[in-house]
Each structure stands twice: as C-alpha cells, then as structure tokens.
Design a protein around this ligand. Structure first.
Ligand code: SF4
Ligand code: SF4
Length: 373
C-alpha cells in the first residue's frame, strides 16, 4: 500500500499548497449547527444540495476510512485590477465548469490513488472547512473562514478539497480553535456591510453580500444598495480588513496570466450590455451560480456597482441600458445608479424620462433626482 508520505509528496508534486489527513467520523458539530440554524440554511435545499447528508462521509463512500484534505491557495497570484474590486477572489479562477485548471490536478491526484488501489470520492456537501481544521490544516477566523496553518503566510485565501478514501491512514492533530489575536476587536464583524456576521463564527448566509449578489430575489432593496458597494459577484470585505490577511495582501505577487486573458470579458460595460450568447459563452463558464434566465440580476448588480463607483463615465452606459432592457429591475437600478453618480448629465436624463407610467420606476426617478441634489 502506498505510504502516507508518498501521498503527501504527490499532492505537493501536483502543486497543492498543503495536505492533511483526518478520520471518516461524522461531523457531529456540523449537525448541531445545521439544526440550530435551520432557517438560515433552508435555501440550500433549493439548490439541489443536501448539507445534512454531507455530515457523514460514509454517505459518499460506504467504506470510508480516511478523509484526505488538499488545500488550494486560490490567491497565489495577483488578479487584474479591473476585477478585484468587483468580484470575490475565490470565483476569479474557478474551473468547476471548465475543468481546465485545479480540476486537472485533482483528477491526477485521484488517478494516483486509484492506481494504488485506493477508492476515492469528492463529496461537494461535506463541510470542507471543518474537515480541513480536523486535518490540522488551519484554524478559524471569527468571520467563519479557515486560515491556513502553513501556507499563504497563514492567510484565509485557501480552498479545502476533502477527498474521502477507503484506506486508513494516521490522522493529523485537529486545529479547531479560533486563531484570532485578542487585540483585533472583531474587525470583520464590524466591517461586514450587511450585518451578515452575527457574532464570532456565526454567519447568516442570507444577509451575506455574496448570497445577495447571486441569489437575492427581486430588485435589491434600497437600504442595501450602498452597503453592497462595488460587489457584482461575491464579497471579500471580511477578508480584506482582517489583520491575519495583511501579510499576504502586502506580498509582491506575480500576475495571474490565466485570469488576465479573460479579464476584458468582465468589464462592467460589457456585462451591462451583454446578450444571452455572450453570457453563456464568456461569463457563465467561470461564474455559474446564476442561470441564463437570471441575466437581469447580473445587469442589476452591475448597474448598482457602477452607481457606487460614483464615476460619471458610466452615465452614458446606464442611460443606454435603461432603454435596451425591458426588465423593470434593471431599469430601476439604472435609475438609482444615475442618481448615485449625480451630476448634470444624470439629472438631465432622469428629468427627460419623466413622467413614467410604471409606478415603481416613477418613484425611483423621484428618489434618484433627490440623490442628485
Ligand atoms: S463576505 Fe462580505 S457580506 Fe459576507 S460576511 Fe464577509 S463582509 Fe459580510
Ligand atoms: S478581522 Fe479580526 S476577528 Fe475577524 S477574522 Fe480577522 S483577526 Fe479574527
């Protein structure tokens, strides 16, 4: 049988940042949390996932004996400046659809296990951060994220990949603790713009900007539009403000060439005016949480983000988008964004479209004109 060290060497050879081992016992702590926070996680069932099933690794592989956890440092290289303020970093090089990046290395790792007589499964519902902490790979932050013990200058820019296998290996020592320094006065909780962090290690995902950008329903309520800021898809604020991440954020990283190649596709102007073919071919292979029917939500998010830049260069884009979109939610956000940017050109346009028959849009125009001052 292949040794533990040989498995570790293979993971490093395939460029995974770290690797740990834990047993295949159920994650009883996760069961307790899910029961206590049932209402906060009820929406997950609608996505086809079953978090309760993920508690027991034997549901994925009945002969489960060990969980190997690989750690991917997803922010090992710098991302283009036109992307970072608008998109969560963990989505910028996500190959879960294209299967042409980390998926190839994961496939090679599992082939290696298979060639050595080890069966493996990669269950998507297994609590991956808990598994990583149980495998000694990191401690928790009060923002609920995992902070690496060994790589990325101990930052949170890591994504754990748990692999359930049918062979027993010696487990690593768990590191379940919260590793935050006392002198950090809960900076992440204070900085969370929508109050999603309800306390140390307690997030209400329904209030998280990430959730709101890709799953929020209807027109974004007015009181969330400014707090959601520039974020079009995902949010990194509780990581950006964290002192545990400061060393990595200050590091001199080389640019991610793979992401740079597609970065122009994600320019706000292009996203605001995209059609279905553009979305399906250029965007959805990389950021796929929203269906084709949800292009309106992308555009609504982009319009809000443009408004929050307060940059008048977006006024012509927003006025054009107002006319080219039939969806009232997109139109309403274009109106709001124009008010948020303000200035003579925005005010003149808002004046010019009065009166509107649609009551909601009409009210948005009056509100936006007030914003313009
Ligand atoms: S990702 Fe953003 S909205 Fe979500 S908890 Fe962190 S700071 Fe709050
Ligand atoms: S901001 Fe402070 S409290 Fe929050 S995770 Fe970082 S160190 Fe911990």
């Amino acid at each position: 049988m292949v040794s533990r060290d040989e498995i570790i060497n293979k993971a490093h050879e395939l460029d995974f940042a770290d690797i740990g081992f834990t047993n295949a016992d159920p994650f009883e702590f996760q069961r307790k949390i899910l029961k206590e926070r049932e209402a906060e996680y009820a929406w997950v069932a609608g996505t086809g996932r079953d978090l309760m099933a993920g508690i027991d690794p034997k549901k994925a592989l009945p002969q489960a004996r060990t969980i190997i956890v690989l750690l991917e440092l997803y922010f090992s290289k710098r991302y283009p400046r036109n992307l970072e303020p608008f998109f969560g970093r963990c989505y910028l090089d996500d190959d879960r659809v294209t299967q042409d990046g980390m998926a190839l290395r994961l496939g090679a790792f599992r082939s290696f296990l298979n060639q050595n007589g080890i069966n493996s499964k990669v269950p998507s519902d297994l609590p991956h951060r808990l598994a990583a902490a149980r495998a000694g790979l990191g401690t928790f932050g009060k923002n609920c994220l995992l902070y690496s013990n060994n790589v990325g200058l101990r930052s949170s820019w890591v994504s754990p990949v748990p692999i359930v296998i049918d062979v027993e290996y010696e487990p690593d020592r768990p590191t379940f603790e919260v590793g935050c320094p006392d002198w950090c006065k809960n900076a992440c909780i204070v900085a969370c713009p929508t109050g999603a962090l309800k306390g140390p290690r307690h997030i209400d995902p329904r209030r998280c900007v990430s959730y709101l950008t890709y799953r929020g329903s209807g027109l974004t309520p007015r009181e969330l539009r400014e707090p959601m800021g520039l974020n079009v898809y995902g949010c990194d604020r509780c990581q950006n403000v964290c002192p545990r991440n400061a060393p990595w954020l200050a590091a001199d990283l080389s640019e991610n060439e793979r992401v740079k190649k597609k970065s122009s596709d994600f320019q706000l102007e292009k996203l605001l005016h995209m059609d279905q073919a553009y979305y399906e071919q250029r965007i959805r292979p990389h950021m796929f949480y929203m269906s084709v029917e949800d292009i309106w939500r992308w555009k609504m998010n982009v319009a809000r983000s443009m408004g929050n830049t307060r940059d008048s260069k977006y006024v012509p884009e927003l006025t054009r988008a107002f006319y080219e979109n039939a969806d009232g939610r997109v139109k309403a956000m274009c109106i709001w964004a124009l008010g948020r940017i303000g200035g003579a050109a925005a005010r003149d346009f808002l004046d010019s479209i009065r009166p509107l028959k649609d009551e909601v849009l009409s009210e948005e125009v009056e509100y936006a004109l007030n914003l313009c001052g």
